[in-house]
Design a protein around this ligand. Sequence first.
Ligand SMILES: [Zn+2]
Length: 275
Amino acid sequence: MIIDAHCHAGRGDGFTGPWDTAAPLARYLARARHAGIARSVLFSVFHSDYAAANRQVARIVAAHPGRFFGFAFIHPIRDRGRVFDLVSTAVSQYGFCGIKVHRYDARITREICAVARAFRLPVLYDVMGEVPVVELLATEYPDVPFIIPHLGSFADDWRAQTAFIAPLARYANVYTDTAGVRRYDLLVRAVHDAGPEKIIFGSDGPWLHPGVELAKVQMLGLSPRDERLVLGENILRLISPAEASSPSPRTARRSAVGAPEPSIDPWLAPSTVTA
Ligand SMILES: [Zn+2]
């Protein structure tokens, strides 16, 4: 089964570009069907209120039973103090199985990582070229899977993407997706150095064509077993703990919010908060 592990959905309210305005799925779904993509991971576009945005995505997921997996989009600063509640709603009411965070909003926080750990969810964190954080996340939360999309840079930052391959290979809990990666030889190198277990097919639909993005993976010339890993089995493995278990909310809240860590993040000090 081919799974597209990176697709946006819903409407935003930013109006700076498609990424915070709208991600209509009709054309995407036709293209995905034609390409043989059976399921997709959905998360919101950029939004000023991710509680509302995740609710939109939940309605889309619910309207197409068996077609989508939902991830909860979280803003590290704006949602501070309510990450547990947002994720709890997303998991228990919407059936979501992952968390999406984007550096464009703000840097990821301990609060988010701790909630991911408590709910046993993977975190898809777009670092926007800030590769050094990957090592910190991987070592501080070795039990949390981090999917760093676009080989670390949607902007084709060669230095960032090249630098990212080392931690991708080194840390067992670091993964990447293929969405939007244009420097093909870096994708080849990532597969070679890190192994097909660490590479996840994603399209960045509906803005990128899922069939075109899928063709990139199919042209890697992987063995049938390795291609199955990249095209679906890797992401299924990462989201299945969340699907299989229902964490005790009390335990999860204690470990997620009761942890003392958030106060030691210097960038969380009110005087230094920047988006
Ligand atoms: Zn994206």
